[in-house]
Design a protein around this ligand. Structure first.
Ligand SMILES: [Zn+2]
Ligand SMILES: [Zn+2]
Length: 155
């Protein structure tokens, strides 16, 4: 476990500056510029849903042989759009939708239980269970890399 942890730490380097290093006016600027990114990301999610419906409908129409190319096109389109619209933190320029790293995306505390196999990380400050993926139970209101507050509504 100890080795595993240090390996993980080697792979991930936290941003040089965190929320505590920024002034109030800088933080306000970050919030302001994140508004547009959050909006773009919300639009992106609807576009993907629309694309998926078109894709599902096309699958009925196309033959088995064409399904492969159709699926490939869908995946490539998705990846391309994701790279274009993924919400990057205005402070540290990292993807805020990444797995929880240092700061709780809900309350901004850095007291996070490590979690493990089949066990989600948990914030020891606000009690939020930080389950990832499809059943994500939390909203991203802060950057998990630098802890800067981004959006009250959350993503
Ligand atoms: Zn950040
Ligand atoms: Zn928390």
């Amino acid at each position: 476990m100890g080795e595993y942890r240090s390996f993980r730490l080697l792979k991930y380097s936290p941003p040089e500056k965190t929320a505590a290093n920024y002034s109030e006016s800088e933080k306000n600027q970050f919030q302001e510029s994140f508004k547009r990114r959050a909006r773009d990301y919300r639009i992106f999610k609807y576009v993907v849903l629309g694309l998926f419906l078109v894709f599902a409908f096309a699958l009925i129409k196309f033959s088995r042989a064409e399904e492969f190319y159709l699926s490939l096109t869908f995946v490539c389109t998705y990846v391309f759009l994701y790279l274009l619209f993924r919400p990057l933190c205005p402070a540290c320029s990292r993807n805020v939708m990444a797995e929880v790293k240092i700061f709780c995306p809900e309350c901004g505390s850095d007291r996070i239980s490590p979690g493990g196999f089949m066990r989600a990380k948990e914030c020891l400050s606000c009690g939020e269970v930080l389950r990832q993926g499809k059943g994500r139970s939390y909203k991203v209101r802060r950057c998990t890399h630098c802890g800067v507050f981004l959006d009250a509504k959350g993503l």
